[in-house]
Write a protein that binds this ligand. Structure first.
Ligand code: HMH
Length: 206
């Protein structure tokens, strides 16, 4: 049986639940998150996104022609996102040059480690990383200001459609991948799930 993104989600529901449901997000939704914790997440996520941009660039470099359009739209969205993060940090007087916490560093190193992985593995990791935020910010339901803007960024219908296209591209790559590559893609999915869980938790350990 060929591996697909859907099969990963049904095979590892607990890992995925832990990646996408966290007190950080429910406290944003309730409006009770402490600003210091939210700001810690914001600065670390900016650092993450700078490296995630490079990861997407490397994935694009390995992609077949038919996948370029979607990946280019993703890179363009990240250009906007990086500028948006800078605006949000300025509004909150946050220093984006803050050192990375260990979890952020480990996540960035993991993305770096995929540089020579087969495209099917990169595409699966890319989908998982984006889907984690798409679901994480959407599942709690509408958020009050100022968190509504953050929930909207990763939960909006356009982003949801983009993530679906990423799943289709990963599925197409997995369909022609050797069994050992499918296993590596599974490992990458589980690694992303664990790192996402750690990343939410990091907000509480400033
Ligand atoms: C930790 N995972 C993390 N940050 C993000 N911004 C995304 C995923 C989605 O881009």
């Amino acid at each position: 049986m060929t591996l697909t993104c859907d099969r990963l989600l049904s095979a590892y529901p607990e890992a995925w639940q832990a990646a996408t449901v966290h007190p950080f997000l429910t406290q944003c939704q309730a409006g009770t998150i402490r600003p210091a914790q939210f700001n810690t997440w914001l600065v670390q996520d900016y650092c993450f996104v700078t490296d995630f941009t490079r990861f997407l660039g490397r994935t694009l470099a390995a992609a077949p022609d038919v996948d370029l359009d979607v990946l280019l739209s993703g890179l363009q969205a990240l250009q906007d996102e990086l500028n948006w993060f800078r605006d949000k940090a300025a509004e909150r007087s946050l220093d984006l040059a803050t050192p990375r916490q260990v979890t952020c560093q480990i996540y960035c190193e993991f993305m770096g480690s995929l540089v020579n992985a087969p495209y099917a593995v990169q595409a699966t990791a890319l989908w998982a990383i984006e889907y984690a935020y798409n679901q994480g910010w959407q599942l709690p339901g509408p958020m009050p200001p100022p968190y509504d803007e953050f929930a909207e960024r990763w939960g909006n219908p356009g982003f949801t459609d983009y993530v679906k296209l990423l799943a289709q591209q990963a599925d197409a790559a997995l369909a022609i991948a050797a069994e050992s590559v499918q296993q590596t893609a599974t490992d990458a999915f589980l690694r992303v799930a664990a790192l996402e869980q750690d990343f939410w938790q990091m907000a509480y350990s400033a």
